[in-house]
Write a protein that binds this ligand. Sequence first.
Ligand code: CUA
Length: 337
Amino acid sequence: MRRGSIVQLVLLALVIGGAVTAVALLIPWLPVSASEERDRIDFVFWFTTGIAIFVFTVVATLSVYALIKFRAPPGDDRDGPPTHGHTGLEIFWTTVPAVLVTAIAIVSGIVLTENGNAGHDPLRVQVVAQQFAWSFTYENGPAKGVASPILYLPIDRKVKLEILSKDVIHSFWVPEFGQKQDAVPGGVNHLVITPNKTGTFPVICTELCGLGHALMRSRSVVMQPGAFEKWARTQKGGGATASGKSVFTDQGCGSCHTLAAAGAKGTIGPDLDKLSQEAQKAGKPLDEFVKESIVNPNAYLEPGYPKGLMPQTFGQLPKAQLDALVEYLVKSAKGAK
Ligand code: CUA
């Protein structure tokens, strides 16, 4: 093969490789990013994928071209000419991959370290997972002491999540923030997020945790710092009196139970619009029955529902919230009769 056609072939492979890599890099394939950590992860992803696509395309082009161009004509059974190794080529295809793999390792190491760095004064939020709801408690900042079923965050401030679970393993995931972290009973896991886009993003449980797993969802709302402070003030002002309906919603009861008054349509646990009939079957006064079913769910089981289905963690609710929830359910059951 003449030197000129080798140069032509290599140039062709490089052009095709460049074009395919450009298609990969220029089209926005991934969902929007809303955090600095996700931006860094995307950079590593495309850095690695871009290199892989380019190398693959160049090698594939050369191979396909050689297969077609140099195939033996029909009936030609001769051996090819003897060839010897090519030292220069071997040094080239050893050095280039070594340099690329080292570069990928260095970039990944830097991003991993940066993404785990919460800085000296992050906003600290405790994230508690339980079947089948999330709750977020602010440990410092303007919302210190506030507990919310929705993760409100100010933009451009590092947030350190302290993730724990009351019952089984769950996993915290906001696709736009780009990272997942397990919530494990008995331990605390950390995740650093620096939101850089305002908006509402889904909080998803991404570890199979029971029948209500698919419904274990909340939201993260990223706001301007002023709006976040305003939200914190309203929470601290009026949030002290617990309404039974908000406890019902915040604790995720609607994931499993139907309750017309709260617009809940869950079908995993018993229908709470039929509480009066169920109390009669259990032979207990309505209010006593409702409270017992929350605090000690295995004391009486509605026929057809297995033992242990209802989490036993709701007995740990603060007394004011528990009382409000019981009162709310009793009232709506009387209304539904
Ligand atoms: Cu919690 Cu899946």
